[in-house]
Unconditional design. Structure first.
Ligand SMILES: *[C@@H]1O[C@H](CO)[C@@H](O)[C@H](O)[C@H]1NC(C)=O
Ligand SMILES: *[C@@H]1O[C@H](CO)[C@@H](O)[C@H](O)[C@H]1NC(C)=O
Ligand SMILES: *[C@@H]1O[C@H](CO)[C@@H](O)[C@H](O)[C@H]1NC(C)=O
Ligand SMILES: *[C@@H]1O[C@H](CO)[C@@H](O)[C@H](O)[C@H]1NC(C)=O
Length: 337
């Protein structure tokens, strides 16, 4: 062997070693991120998981016919899908819905929101001002029995009533659900993966002090007239909002709901529901919001899912918000069972 050949050989060996180490690390990383449960990846979780013996339903002293500053609140339509499940159910999904989004509700009922044994799904709304719409909602409600309607006008600036009504409805009519998902009617939820996440990675018996979502920090109150989210200093004085959850996918543990409702009931009304309920009120009851991280499907990953298939995007639970109804079905079709 010449000197040059020897040097080449040494270089080859070094390169081999390097490649072996590199790919081992890559495999380890991949193994960790695909097999280590999400909870184990959360450093220092501020919630606790329950075992088979801790599952008592929280009691409540909530005033039934009050909703924040509405003193004569009532449920105009009040289905009871949880009633028969005295032994408990895994999940109840409350979906803030716009009365005119009939199509979205149809798609959701036929895709990710199919009612099954362990999961109940209801749509939350107020009273539409338009008589025609109001009549259609009555018919829809008779047909499906999954609309929860409260005695307030269904309007943009009333959305905090809608979310708060959801908490009230769960507190009084579905306290046996171990987990509560608040979402919107323009979303897709990977419900197979969600049930797996709750029952295997979290606990089938529930948790305590859990609020998990896409956590938003240092968000500024919008002051510009052009913003859909414009708030005046009179509505909200500080420049920054407290840490809060994006309102389109918030997972609560059972115990959090009545505590949060109590705080919401006693605070002055603020119309941006996610800031108010998962920011201001959650902070008041001292519950830390845990980020869902890559369990949220970004728009980009959603495009990869529908064009290339599920192999390339890793696991996810909550899809991107603001979807049209046909996009909800497209994404749903691309999700493996
Ligand atoms: C659940 O029950 C176990 C056993 O009784 C107890 O040690 C634990 O503190 C309880 N956890 C909660 C969160 O109540
Ligand atoms: C609640 O009270 C207000 C004013 O007292 C009244 O206009 C409204 O119709 C009442 N709403 C219900 C649902 O009873
Ligand atoms: C009420 O809704 C119907 C159907 O969506 C629509 O055709 C009608 O113009 C609406 N009426 C008013 C007063 O907005
Ligand atoms: C809800 O919104 C409507 C229209 O913006 C408004 O007139 C009403 O007072 C609001 N509040 C309730 C409790 O309905």
């Amino acid at each position: 062997m010449t000197e040059v050949q020897r040097n080449d050989k040494i270089e080859m060996i070094t390169l081999h070693k390097f490649l072996i180490i590199f790919f081992s690390l890559l495999l380890l990383y991949d193994y960790y991120y695909t097999t280590v449960p999400v909870v184990a990846r959360i450093a220092n979780p501020k919630f606790t998981l329950l075992g088979p013996y801790n599952g008592t339903e929280p009691s409540t002293d909530d005033v039934y016919d009050q909703l924040i500053d509405i003193k004569n609140f009532s449920f105009k339509v009040n289905p009871q899908p949880c009633l028969e499940y005295t032994a408990g159910i895994l999940l109840v999904v409350i979906i803030s819905s716009n009365p005119t989004n009939y199509e979205n509700r149809v798609i959701i009922r036929n895709t990710w929101g199919r009612s099954i044994e362990s999961t109940k799904v209801v749509f939350l709304m107020g009273e539409p001002e338009n008589i025609t719409v109001s009549q259609k909602i009555q018919d829809e409600s008779m047909l499906y029995g999954d609309i929860v309607q409260g005695s307030f006008v269904d309007a943009y600036r009333n959305m905090t009533y809608k979310h708060a009504m959801g908490l009230k409805w769960v507190t009084h009519h579905c306290p046996m659900a171990k987990y509560v998902l608040k979402t919107d009617d323009d979303m897709v939820v990977n419900s197979h993966e969600l049930r797996h996440f709750l029952a295997r990675e979290l606990s089938p018996w529930g948790a305590r002090n859990l609020i998990t979502c896409q956590v938003l920090e240092h968000a500024q109150a919008q002051r510009s007239d052009k913003s859909k989210w414009k708030v005046t200093a009179a509505e909200y004085a500080s420049r920054y909002y407290p840490t809060y959850c994006a309102g389109w996918a918030i997972l609560y543990s059972q115990d959090v709901v009545p505590r949060l409702l109590k705080a919401v009931q006693s605070m002055p009304y603020f119309w941006i529901d996610d800031v108010h309920i998962t920011g201001i009120c959650a902070q008041q009851i001292g519950v830390t919001r845990t980020p869902l991280g890559n369990l949220i499907l970004t728009r980009h990953r959603a495009n990869m899912l529908t064009s290339l298939g599920p192999k390339y995007i890793g696991s996810f639970i909550f899809g991107p918000p603001d979807l049209k109804s046909d996009r909800i079905s497209q994404i749903w079709k691309a999700i493996p069972e």
